[in-house]
Design a binder for this molecule. Structure first.
Ligand SMILES: [Fe+2]
Length: 217
């Protein structure tokens, strides 16, 4: 299956663009030493757009993204695609974008991200590959997923599943969450460190999350 590289239209400078600009403008050594302005990454901003904390220096050793259980619905060998939308299926359009970084803030090129999720009705496709797909980060460590907001199913709050792996490194299996969900407070697996920044935009939802893998350069 071919990879879908469609991207949503951009209506202004994004953090991705700023990060790219920072990478292009500063030698890597300068960027890592903190001599250049640190890129504003998704993890630095709360869901309402406010800054969570002073932007960490790029070399201060960030906390790695916490792992979470795989759950019973992972299927190996998902298709290579960035767009999981099933034509004709209901659901609120959702994009998820961000970066895969090392603990010392180096972007990871060619990192594998394998996403799987329930459909709008809270059902997993356990016989085929609907709402399942893998992709690789670009040279600047970026990824972009196009899908629909996953539905709820008994016992869980709203979430996405993902496996992330830098080349020749261990697999990080985790889950991503949506802010403001009533069930976030009752789902014992829920971890606020895995909340995405989510914006509603004309009936669509745009989420951002940066993964920090537990290794350096
Ligand atoms: Fe799940």
């Amino acid at each position: 299956m071919t990879e879908n590289t469609d991207r949503p239209p951009q209506d202004g400078p994004t953090r991705k663009a700023l990060f790219k600009a920072a990478l292009a403008a500063a030698p890597t050594a300068a960027l890592l030493s903190g001599a250049a302005a640190a890129p504003a990454l998704a993890r630095d901003r709360a869901a309402d757009g406010t800054t969570l904390e002073p932007t960490p220096r790029c070399d201060d050793g960030d906390d790695p993204t916490p792992p979470q259980m795989e759950g019973p619905y992972f299927t190996p060998h998902s298709p290579h695609r960035r767009d999981l939308v099933v034509p004709g299926d209901p659901g609120v359009p959702l994009t998820v974008s961000g970066y895969v970084l090392t603990r010392d803030c180096r972007p990871v090129a060619g990192a594998l991200l394998d996403f799987w999720q329930a459909d709008d009705g809270g059902v997993y496709d356990n016989t085929g590959y609907d709402y399942r797909g893998h992709q690789y980060t670009t040279a600047d460590g970026a990824f972009h997923l196009t899908t629909v907001v996953p539905g709820l199913y008994p016992g869980r709050t709203r979430h996405l599943h993902v496996k992330v792996q830098a080349p020749a490194r261990p697999v990080l299996t985790t889950q991503l969450y949506f802010p403001g969900e009533p069930r976030n407070g009752t789902d014992w697996i829920f971890d606020p460190r895995l909340l995405m920044n989510v914006r509603d935009h004309w009936g669509r939802r745009a989420a951002e999350f940066d993964f920090v893998l537990n290794h350096t350069g």
